[in-house]
Design a protein around this ligand. Structure first.
Ligand code: SAM
Length: 302
């Protein structure tokens, strides 16, 4: 029986990744910084070209797109090395920077397989709204309501055929059978490259039977000693993604663990997990998620 205790490593993703063995993980499922933070804070570097929203069309975006792409390349190359041949990588990105992330992943040597979309109803527009002399909105503004987050789905090149990679490493193909969307009458539907949340499912009504519905419960966000993470993904979304690209019992790596959602998802799905997070203030959140995952596994087994 494999040791289910996850590995939690604190440090810069690229530096820590360089200490991991070649071909040692089955899948990388991650949510790296999107390169949108004004001060480059979440990127682990100081932005060279930040511009104010009043004067720049890209608003509060980091505006240092080439540096972001270069940075994505540094960790993507390491992910390629530590993945087994045919292993998949899923990495979320921002709608304004996903193209840079995707090119970096491709240039690192991955094969781009698809783009996934997570549709949600809870986004709040944060752009500039022009006002008249009386301070009333004129109806002219700079951003739409955010309603989706894309993710690149890529694969490390195979060493032979898909079937050989599947037999030898449990990689190459996706576990579509474990991700079928069950309709009300029990009929399974092929998993789509779109995931929706409850609000969108209500809007789509009938069409939602084609898509996996992620239920983002606010109660699932861990808080330890007043510390919470600002950009938490829904647990059900991450469970679906790790199940899709990891063989049962395989190793999932998240180089940007944040509060540890991918680790919690992997453990509940019966996989092993390796997480890297640079900011040590988030480590208690990751440990809380790991403890919760073991608790839910124990409860299910009882
Ligand atoms: C978008 S958040 C991930 C959130 C996570 N998906 C969750 O649900 O909690 C990205 C994380 O990457 C971390 N990070 C930023 N730069 C990093 C770096 N160079 N190396 C490792 N982690 C980094 C940030 O501290 C942040 O917690």
């Amino acid at each position: 029986m494999q040791d289910p205790t996850p590995t939690i490593l604190c440090g810069d993703a690229t530096a820590v990744l360089s200490t991991l063995d070649d071909s040692s993980v089955h899948a990388v499922v991650t949510d790296p910084p999107y390169g949108l933070d004004a001060a480059g804070k979440m990127l682990g570097q100081i932005s060279a070209g930040y511009h104010l929203s009043e004067t720049h069309s890209r608003g509060y975006a980091d505006n240092d797109a080439e540096a972001y792409q270069e940075w994505c390349g540094t960790w993507a190359r390491e992910c390629l090395r530590v993945l087994k041949p045919g292993g998949h990588l899923i990495a979320f990105g921002g709608t304004r920077t996903i193209h840079r992330l995707t090119v970096a992943v491709e240039d690192a040597g991955f094969e781009i397989r698809d783009e996934l979309v997570w549709l949600y109803g809870s986004g709040v527009p944060k752009g500039l709204n022009l006002t008249d002399d009386d301070g009333r909105r004129t109806g002219w503004g700079t951003t739409l309501k955010p309603a989706h987050e894309p993710a690149v789905l890529a694969r490390k090149p195979l060493a032979g055929t898909v079937a050989q990679a599947h037999v030898e490493h449990g990689t190459g193909a996706m576990n579509l059978g474990a991700c079928m969307v069950e309709q009300k009458d029990g009929t399974p539907r092929w998993p789509a490259n779109v995931v929706i949340d409850d609000a969108v499912a209500d809007l789509l009504a009938d069409a939602s039977r084609f898509f996996f519905v992620a239920k983002p419960g606010s109660r699932e966000r861990p808080v330890v000693d007043g510390v919470r993470h600002p950009t938490v993904k829904p647990l059900s979304l991450m469970r679906e993604l790790v199940r899709l690209v990891t063989p049962p019992g395989g190793v999932v790596l998240d180089p940007f663990a944040g509060s540890g959602t991918t680790l919690e998802a992997s453990l509940i799905e019966g996989m092993q997990a390796v997480g890297i997070e640079r900011d040590s203030t988030f480590l208690p959140l990751i440990r809380a998620r790991v403890a919760r995952a073991f608790e839910s596994i124990r409860t299910d087994a009882a």
